[in-house]
Each structure stands twice: as structure tokens, then as C-alpha cells.
Design a protein around this ligand. Sequence first.
Ligand SMILES: [Zn+2]
Length: 300
Amino acid sequence: MDRIEHRGCYAGRQAAFAGASGLGLLLAFGVAVLSGCASENRETTGPGADPYAVTSSQRRTFAWPDGKRGAVSLTFDDARLSQADVGLPLLDSYGVRATFYVSPGSLQKRLPTWKQAVTDGHEIGNHSLRHPCTGNFPFAREKALEDYTLEQMERELEEANEVIETALGIRPATFAYPCGQKFVGRGRHLKSYVPLVAEMFLAGRGWMDEAANDPAFCDPAQLLGMELDGLDFDQAKKLIDAAIENGAWLVFAGHEIGDGGRQTTRIDTLKAICEYAQNPDSGLWLDTVANIGAYVRAAQ
Ligand SMILES: [Zn+2]
């Protein structure tokens, strides 16, 4: 029933976009109302209701390609050695392409592997030159975002692009905010560096966010990124299934790839996600941030 309703909503909106005349818009609105777009929101009412739940009236059918119903990107940060040693062979065995937001220093430690990853269709993205984060992290005190300027950030993002281009022969299309933090400066002088990322990249990914992206609404310059580290497959599958149900784009973010431990995406979870995506009935488009991001931006 839900599906019939939101297909109707989408058809209504398409007609609204296509209709050049006021009459066309009126007809489109009528179609939308008749098909359930204006149906009452029942799922967020009542005691104990989840205010974050997507209701049938809010759910939209985005026109994903090839009959897909939702999208997932697997992304991994910092060019950790386990990504090259364990992750890439695993992903390649399933023909799954992922996005790696590399730190220039670590990149050099497995350079031939990363070159091969590019050849195999994986995406290599920019993750800054020095990984600046808030100085509240001791590791970042000497490169604290609180002490940065936009000019310095721009110079360093450009330099990171150049390091990657020199090493791998490709120019990064997308970016991941180190620590998911998107500011420079502090207090009244704080500035967002999202506009800079919007200017330089197709997309920018956050970290430790709490939702998937609505492809019709999201700002590609600050995509929500959800933690994959530590999840078992049941936990990951719940998020994936919710994305498919809502026509959303779930961007997973992880670090190490191994059997367990701190900031580690579990091998068994990763295998199960790849297997799940291989089932054509899943309706899932599993691809890089650049590939899905380009599609989403064109559709917006
Ligand atoms: Zn990082």
C-alpha cells in the first residue's frame, strides 16, 4: 500500500515538473492528492512514537537507475594498511567498488596496491593533507581546526589533491571531512568550510551521523556518513533495508578492516553486505560516492 502511495506521489511531482501551464500543475496536484501524497501522518503520532521515523506520506520514490530502490556506498578512511591488505582483496572477490579517503602519508606505504585499486574501479578520495580536527583531540592540537583559516584549508586541500594525482594519476572527485568536522576558527570568527568543499569537489562526506541521505533533498557537499565499524551484519542490514525502504542513499564509513577491535569494520559484515548486494532482488545499488553522487546531482 505504501509503495502504491509513494509511486503516485512521484508521478505527481514528475507531472508537476513537466507541466508548463497552471492547468498542468493543478492536474498534477490532483493526481498527487488522489494517490495519497496528502495522506495523514499516522506513524509519528501517539505516545512513544519515533520522531525520526519516515512516514508513508514523507517517503518518496527517487528514480534510481535500473530498477534499483536504494543506494549504499562503502567508504573507508585514512588509507589504513588493513584496507589495502585485507579490504581490497575481499571487495575485489565480489566485484564491489568502494571509496577510500586516503591520507597522503599512509598512501605511500601501499602505493602499488592503491594504483591497482584505481585500475579496478575503486574511488580514491581526498581526506585532507594533515587530517586536522578539533584541538580537543590531543593528536590534533598542533593542527587544530580552531587555528585554521579558510585560505590555509584551501591550500592544503589542493595540495592533497596534487599528492594523490602525482601518486595515482587521478584527481579526487570527492572528499571526507576529517573527524566529520566542517569548521575553521572559533566562536564569532568560526567559518564553515563546506562552501569550499562544494567548490572543489562533487561531494563531501561526514562521519558519525545518524541517518541516510535523501537523494532528492541532500546537500552533496555535506553527505551524512554512518559508522560501519563494529557493526555485525544484522545491524548493518537494518540500516541498509531502511535505506531501500525509503529510497535513500546510505553512506557507510569505516577505518580498519579485520576480525574486530577499535575502529574496525568486521570482515564477516563486509562479506555479508557484498553478498546481499549481489542478490538482484535486494534492489540495492552498491557503488562509490563519486558514481552515486554524480547520479544524484544530475537528478537534483
Ligand atoms: Zn580520518
